[in-house]
Design a protein. Sequence first.
Length: 330
Amino acid sequence: MVPTCDQWLVFAPHVAPVSRPSRLSRRLFDTVLLGVTVRIRTTTMVVVALVLVASFGVYLGNRVMDVDLQLPRPGRACTVHDGDADQPVEPPRSVKLNSAQMANAATIAATGIRRELPERAVVIALATAFQESGLENLAGGDRDSVGLFQQRPSQGWGKPERIRDPRYAANRFYTALKKVRGWEKMRVTDAAQAVQRSAYPEAYEKWADEAEVLARALVGNTSAAVTCSVTREPAVRGSAAAAALTAGLRLDWGRLTTAEPDGMPGVMVSAGSARAGWRYAHWLVSHAADHGVKRVRFGDLQWTADAGEWAPGPERSTTGQVIAEVFANV
C-alpha cells in the first residue's frame, strides 16, 4: 500500500515537525505518486499486449500458415491409445500422462493382475486414483490423507510411510474392493465410493473412460498401445540400471523368469502368451524414464526412447520373450 502524504512525513528521516503540509506540497507529492502509478500501469499494459500478440501469432500460425505452434505448457510424456497399433478403435480414444503418472498407473494395474483380479477391478482402481490424486503419489491431502488413493492413517489404512508405497496402497485398495458385495456389476463410481466413502460420491465416474483405456493396455489386451518420450538423461545406466529394472519388475509382478539379453545391458522377461508379453512390454515403457530404458522389443515391434513410439524392429525378438535394453555406461 502506498502511504498517504501524512504517513510519509511520519517515516521520513530528518524532517522538522510541522502542523500540516501545505496545499502546494500535497500537490507535488500527489504528482509523484501519480507518476509511479502511471509507470506501473503502463508496464502492465505492455506485458499484456505482448502476451496477446504472441497468442495471436500462435493462432495465425496454426490457422493460416498451417504450422503447429504452441505456447509453453507442462508436458505429457506418455500417451496410451485405445486399440491395437494396427487396428485402432473408432472413435479414437487416448490418455496423456506424465512419466510419474504413467509409472503409477502401471504399478496399480500390475498389482491387480498379480492378485488375479479381473480387468474391471483395475478400471475401478485407476479411476479412483485419477480422482483422488491425479495418479500422483501425494505426500498429503485433505486432513491426513496420503498417497495415490488418499488413504487416511486415522481411518485404519496404515502408517503414512506405508501408504506412500504405491504397491502397498494399491493392495489395500483391492483388498477393500473385494469386500464390497457385487462390486463387479456396479458402476465405477459406486464401487469406488463403497471403498473410499468420499463426500463426492459421483466424482469417480468422470474418469471411467480414461481408466478403461489405461486398463485395456496395461493388462495386455491391446498391443503397442503405451508410448512414452524420454527426453532427460538417464539417472542410472548399465548394470546398475538393469539390476534396478529387474528389481522393479519383481516388486510389481512377483516371481518372473528373467535373464540378461546377449550383447546388451538390460533384462529379458519370459511371457507365456501375447497378452502377458504386452503386459510386461507396456510396464517397461511406463517405467522407462525412471530406470534408464533405451529400447523395448516384443514380437516384431520395438519401442525406443529416442523415437518414443512403437515401430517394426530390425529383427523379431525371441519367441515369448520381452527384451528391455537400458542405456550403457559412458
